[in-house]
Design a protein around this ligand. Structure first.
Ligand code: MLT
Length: 393
């Protein structure tokens, strides 16, 4: 029996598990210290009332013989797909219902989508990056090329790669840097992909944090994108579904390679390996798109944006450089005193009891950087930044 030896090439544990372990060890050794977590991008506000109401009534339906549901369609119920289609249509992106696939979140789909592609495909990944893109390709032993995202290009690299890559990962608003591509920059990627017969895997998980109307929230706002891009999105950060689990992936029918339709392949993959998202959860997700739901989630998004401003204002006062925080829940800062990111992590944890994410966990270009999230409560964010200011002021 041969096992997948590629796992030997992964870091011993997933970035956020490593951090959780370190924080738990510190908490056990220092039970009197109050730790404030601005590390993993996990939300703190509860599901909004519109979602809860919809889920309660779905629970009642499940309890009655006449309305009980067993297996649903693996690719999601039409009521939710219709709401998503209308959401895209508001931005003049027309999708067919069968181009939308409901799942338990963007992370699973970003990993699972690789089932559709040959192991010999090459991959282009910006550095720094959400570690899932890298790790899932290491597991399959694909050749990975990196493109630098750094201060020189405002953490928004555009194609400059000599190599012809088959799969290109783009996350905008970006995790971890919070930087957002404008239309022109995204068009450059779409043109590059179309010219090279490559596929863009576009992670739009943070699209709802974009306040600037001029910035694209979907890659399909760019001409030619349906010929080269798959888009992943999620209710996790938009509507507080990190623990509830629901997301969606758009696979346009235009994506045909070697006479094979990626849309049909993804449907085949999902119907074979996935039994769909619970009805109750999909009902809750659909409520996000009602007028009431949209208003309520916007209040939550504004709350997190206010936190981001607290963080940004502190960094401004301390003269610490950063990106993000305006159209993104993440703030990516340059470590003070030229510290390495893991040293900075230790310092901030031990001296201030504040947890963030070391930039090195996202790639070599993150070595001197650090990520803070705006997902904690306002009170705790203020307290964390007061401690931060005391330490570095
Ligand atoms: C993060 O902190 O980068 C995210 O919470 C990870 C994720 O969404 O899986």
């Amino acid at each position: 029996m041969n096992i997948n030896q590629n796992y030997k090439n992964l870091n011993e544990s997933y970035l956020f598990s490593t951090i959780a372990k370190k924080v738990n060890e510190f908490a056990t050794a220092n039970p009197d210290k109050e730790i404030i977590k601005l590390g993993i991008g996990d939300v703190t506000l509860p599901l909004c009332p519109a979602v809860i109401e919809a889920m309660h009534s779905a629970v009642d339906e499940m309890g009655k013989k006449e309305t009980f549901k067993g297996y649903g369609p693996e690719q999601g119920y039409d009521f939710l797909k219709t709401s998503i289609r209308n959401y895209y249509q508001n931005r003049n992106v027309t999708l067919a219902l069968d181009e939308i696939f409901i799942s338990d979140g963007a992370k699973s789909d970003l990993g699972n989508i690789l089932d559709l592609f040959d192991k010999d495909n090459t991959v282009l990944i910006p550095d720094p990056v959400y570690p899932v893109y890298v790790d899932t390709n290491i597991m399959a032993n694909r050749k990975i090329f990196y493109i630098n995202a750094n201060e020189e290009n405002d953490f928004l690299p555009v194609p400059d790669c000599e190599e012809r890559c088959d799969l290109i990962y783009i996350c905008s608003p970006n995790n971890p840097t919070g930087a957002v591509y404008n239309r022109e920059q995204l068009s450059a990627w779409v043109d590059y992909a179309n010219k090279n017969g490559a596929i863009i895997l576009f992670d739009a998980a943070y699209e709802s944090f974009i306040s600037d109307e001029n910035l694209p929230r979907s890659i399909y706002e760019i001409d030619g994108a349906k010929q080269c891009a798959i888009e992943f999105c999620s209710f996790s950060k938009t509507a507080g579904f990190t623990g509830t689990r629901c997301g969606y992936t758009v696979v346009p029918k235009e994506l045909v390679f070697d006479n094979m339709s990626l849309n049909k392949m993804w449907l085949r993959r999902q119907t074979t390996k996935f039994n769909g998202v619970p009805y109750i959860v999909q009902k809750g997700a659909a409520a996000v798109f009602t007028d009431k739901g949209q208003k309520q989630i916007q209040e939550n998004l504004n709350y997190y944006k206010q936190n981001a401003k607290v963080i940004a204002d502190t960094l401004d006062r301390l003269n610490i450089k950063y990106t993000g925080g305006k159209n993104s829940p993440y703030i990516w800062l340059k470590c003070p005193n030229n510290l390495n990111s893991w040293d900075f992590f230790d310092l901030l944890l031990t001296k201030a009891g504040v947890v963030g994410t070391p930039g090195a966990g996202f790639g070599k270009n993150g070595e001197k950087y650090f990520r803070l999230t705006s997902f904690n409560t306002l009170e705790k964010t203020k307290e964390a930044m007061e401690r931060f200011e005391k330490l570095f002021g």
